[in-house]
Write a protein that binds this ligand. Structure first.
Ligand code: ADP
Ligand code: FRU
Length: 293
């Protein structure tokens, strides 16, 4: 069991299931609706908590019913929210999601009006009790200060960073962490969509940052990674009998990678575990698929 802190978002997800993705300007009826907590950082913690880790979240909440809903959900997984900043005004970030029951794909329209978690919020946290820190690659200026603070004051504390979107200057964050987790969309953009984009990107990144573990999740093609020895690995996907819900597959994959690396597994073994557990997730609705509560 490790003690893990994640910095990032918690959201309200309003998920409409549809029989096929609608055309623009169409009017369709949802077959069902689910409203639940989401957000990359908190999703990853929910999976890590079910794997037996002690998890704390640092993010921003608002003082309104949907903020309380997020806290209540996390409580069910014994995830601590005491490091969060509570804003008096504003709404928690909200995602309007169309989940296509034909293929499990999820299309997300995301809205937020809350400020982001700041360096001043982060600097108040006593990091000495943690075994692993996980960050979302967002809010670049403040996150850079947080990462620099960790490197300066806790140089042996392992850190992972998820890079999902191409935000301005995001690359300034790379140098601070041991483990970089890139999304397929981000990598395709960097490599102009070329055929072997993942391998090309990983080799290029390894030349720039030879001491890091660098990982790209690749949707239904599994995942790729490169370790500090320059060993390039690929894990095949582990699709379930039927893909029903890919929402949070990447967050689950990240949790499985963190869990594996905490246990001392090699990068190729971590990739296999990531694909196995993310594949299981795709066969279930939601994130309660490891040890159902
Ligand atoms: P995100 O949820 O961030 O879009 P990805 O689509 O890259 O993340 O998926 C993360 C991981 O989930 C992949 O590496 C893969 O192991 C698994 N996965 C995602 N979609 C599928 C699928 N259709 N079939 C099997 N595994 C999948
Ligand atoms: C899934 C997810 C959703 C959330 C959105 C935020 O990965 O975390 O739960 O609404 O992404 O970008």
């Amino acid at each position: 069991m490790a003690c893990i802190l994640s910095v990032g978002i918690g959201t309200l997800d309003i998920i409409n299931s549809v029989d096929g993705y609608p055309a623009e300007d169409a009017e369709v009826r949802a077959t069902s609706q689910r409203i639940c907590r989401g957000g990359n950082a908190t999703n990853t913690l929910v999976v890590l908590s079910q794997m037996g880790h002690r998890c704390d979240w640092a993010g921003v909440l608002s003082n309104e019913p949907d903020g309380f809903r997020i806290v209540d959900d996390l409580k069910q997984y014994q995830i601590d929210t005491s490091h969060c900043r509570i804003e008096k005004k504003g709404k928690v970030p909200t995602s309007y999601i169309a989940q296509n029951l034909d293929n499990g794909s999820r299309t997300i329209i995301h809205y937020r009006d809350l400020p982001e978690f700041s360096f001043d919020d982060f600097a108040r946290i006593d990091l000495s009790r943690y075994d692993w820190l996980h960050f979302e690659g967002r809010n670049v200026d403040e996150t850079r200060k947080m990462l620099a603070h960790v490197v300066e004051n806790y140089p042996t504390l392992p850190c992972s960073l998820e890079i999902e979107k191409d935000r301005p200057n995001i690359e300034v964050l790379y140098k601070y962490v041991d483990t970089l987790l890139f999304s397929k969309n981000y990598v395709l953009k960097q490599e102009d969509g070329c055929d072997n984009a993942a391998q090309q990107f990983l080799k290029r990144m390894h030349q720039q940052f030879p001491e890091k573990r660098i990982i790209c999740a690749w949707g239904d093609s599994g995942a790729f990674g490169i370790d500090p020895n320059g060993k390039l690995s690929h894990s095949s996907p582990c699709p379930p009998a039927k893909v029903v819900d890919t929402l949070g597959a990447g967050d689950t994959f990240n949790a499985a990678i963190i869990d594996s690396l905490i246990k001392g597994l090699a990068l190729d073994e971590a990739l296999n575990s990531g694909c196995l557990i993310a594949g299981q997730k795709c066969g279930h609705v939601g994130l309660d698929f490891i040890n159902p509560l």
